[in-house]
Design a protein around this ligand. Structure first.
Ligand code: ATP
Length: 579
């Protein structure tokens, strides 16, 4: 379930496969491009006819007929060019929508690495970057590029010398394009990294605006952001300077080459080796041949960004493979067993829980107590299947957690995290776990069980009150009760509560205890990670966690009295040391 370690990277075939899915679009664009490029010969051929035939024979009818034909052909070319632009844009859109779900899913699972959560997710933006390239004229210029040698070869028909000049010019432009690629690659990458860093910092400052304002941090935070921003800007200016200078060079070179062609053509006309029409037509053909090269060099930064996005996305998908499909298991009994469980937080190397074993039976509640940092949350995350065991196992209703589909497992185990997060949506949508088809009865039932029903009705729009996620108008305790209702939605068989009373008042705590009592009466089970004695009043068993190990586990009162006896022993020992 957790993402693969970066060391196991292999190129991922999924992007290629998504590209193949859109191959009909690509093929159509290619076919349209063939006709568009053939139609590009309209201009040079028209010149040839006008100069060599119409002017020589003074035939106005021919000129009229040719002109009408040219108008028709240009009309056709415009239609085909417009159509291929639309087709290729749809190729990009299909590529993105085919991969959207997969990349979003991988992004969410990758966020299980706390380090990954610290930086904004890049992969969805990578997907958009690739899509933007497909919808841009540069992509069509890339489709036109294979015609460059064909047009250059056609110039040979007019005169070999003109042909060689065109080939020389073309090679020079391609060399410039390659040098451009080599020189700007690093700069574009650096600019992107610097800009992502500045954005991540501004986002974290925005999230923590109350700390920033109240702790007098605004000046320092702004200065720090400005520093990162100016670094990003200067990297980006330096990248665009390079691209800009190459673009200007390419453009001038192409115009110069056209004039050089004209000059060479004129000289050949004077030597009676060629007609004036061929001279003009050759120069126009050269312009057409080199236009895609010029366009690609001019927009190289965009191509480069898409290339890096492709590479990044490929690596990301390889690192975060698809969830395997699993046989659907029936709703399990509320029996949760951990055996010799060792847990290493994702992306780290040191276990924060070692050799933990416990059993939770249906109709029972288990309290997990321990000092701050002892490993209670680690245990909760392992029991939820969020962090995979490095050794040992966790079984729910006889099956290991990895045998359940993650969404099914989420429905079987209700979770109230230590830090409550609500989403942008109504109270009802939040309780219904953001389902697109919420079950209103189940929403109200869960709210009643969490003793949140009255509280919700007292809000202006009741269950339909829109919450701005964590920035909502609710107090910490109110949020916690709504989150408890969310945990109880859909009747989970096991409820895991991490510090559930941290923001609850006496009423809230009573309601919580009542909810646990109900759950037990229904043959379900609960685990409560806590510091507070009030929270274990409904617990039948108790586990004590110390420095990542369960040092005591058993019936609550036995464990408590053993701890009290220990306290007595320790006190006596302390007394002796003092004497
Ligand atoms: N994502 C993580 N990466 C690395 N170490 C972690 C991570 N999360 C927790 N730890 C470490 O694991 C140990 C146990 O932390 P845990 O959050 O499980 O403790 P806790 O008992 O829930 O503490 P508290 O009561 O303060 O919430 C701590 O030393 C902590 O630094």
């Amino acid at each position: 379930m957790s993402p693969k370690h970066p060391a196991n990277l292999r190129p991922d075939p999924e992007l290629q496969s998504a590209r193949r899915q859109g191959s009909t679009f690509l093929l159509l664009t290619f076919l349209f491009s063939v006709f568009v490029n053939i139609l590009m010969l309209t201009g040079p051929l028209f010149m040839l006819q006008v100069y060599d035939r119409v002017l020589a024979s003074r035939a106005v009818e021919t000129l009229t007929a040719l002109f009408l034909l040219v108008a028709l052909l240009y009309g056709l070319m415009a239609t085909l060019d417009y159509a291929r632009g639309r087709i290729i844009a749809r190729f990009g859109a299909k590529f993105q929508s085919d991969l959207d779900e997969r990349v979003f899913d991988a992004t969410l699972r990758h966020a299980l690495y706390p380090q990954a959560r610290a930086t904004p997710a890049r992969s969805l933006r990578d997907l958009e970057t690739i899509q933007a390239l497909c919808a841009s004229p540069v992509f069509l210029a890339m489709m036109d590029l294979p015609w460059t040698p064909v047009f250059l070869a056609a110039i040979f028909i007019f005169h070999p010398l003109l042909g060689w000049l065109a080939v020389g010019g073309g090679v020079l432009l391609i060399v410039i394009a390659v040098v451009n690629q080599i020189l700007t690659h690093q700069k574009v990458a650096e600019a992107q990294v610097a800009s992502a860093r500045a954005n991540a910092f501004s986002e974290s400052a925005r999230q923590a605006v109350e700390v920033v304002r109240s702790q007098g941090m605004q000046r320092d935070v702004t200065d720090r952001w400005l520093l990162q921003r100016s670094q990003a800007l200067s990297q980006s200016i330096s990248a665009s300077d390079w691209t800009g200078s190459f673009s200007a060079l390419t453009k001038s070179l192409r115009l110069f080459l056209q004039s050089a062609m004209l000059a060479l053509g004129a000289w050949l006309v004077l030597q009676n080796e060629m007609t004036a029409g061929a001279m003009i037509a050759g120069s126009i053909l050269l312009g057409r041949a080199l236009a895609p090269v010029e366009q690609i060099v001019g927009q190289w930064a965009m191509v480069e960004r898409a290339r890096m996005a492709w590479k990044g996305l490929n690596q990301f998908l390889a690192r975060t493979p698809r969830e395997p499909s699993r046989t659907k298991l029936p709703v399990p009994a509320a029996r949760l067993v951990a055996k010799n469980l060792t847990v290493i937080p994702p992306g780290t190397k040191t276990p924060t829980l070692r050799g933990a074993s416990l059993v939770l039976e249906p109709g029972k509640a288990l309290g997990v107590i321990g000092k701050s940092g002892s490993g209670k949350t680690t245990l909760a995350k392992a029991l939820l299947g969020l962090w995979a065991p490095a050794a040992g196992e966790v079984r729910l209703g006889g099956a290991t957690l990895s045998q359940y589909d993650p969404d099914d497992l989420g429905r079987h185990i209700g979770y109230l995290p230590q830090q409550v997060t609500l989403f942008n949506g109504t109270v009802a949508e939040n309780i219904a776990r953001m389902s697109l088809s919420p079950d209103d009865e189940a929403v109200v039932a869960a709210a009643k069980k969490a003793n949140a029903h009255e509280l919700i009705l007292s809000l202006e729009k009741g269950y339909d009150t829109f919450l701005e996620g964590n920035e909502s108008q609710l107090s910490g305790g109110q949020k916690q009760r709504i989150a408890l209702a969310r945990a109880l939605y859909g009747d989970p068989v096991v409820l895991i509560l991490d510090e559930p009373n941290s923001a609850l008042d006496a009423d809230g705590t009573d309601a919580l205890n009542a909810a646990i009592r109900n759950l037990k009466a229904e043959g379900k089970a609960a685990i409560i990670m806590t510091h507070r004695p009030q929270a274990i009043s409904e617990c039948d068993d108790l586990a004590v966690v110390e420095r990542g190990q369960i040092v005591k586990f058993g019936p609550r009162d036995d464990v408590l009295s053993a701890m009290v006896q220990n306290a007595g022993v320790i006190k006596r020992q302390l007394k002796k040391v003092g004497e």
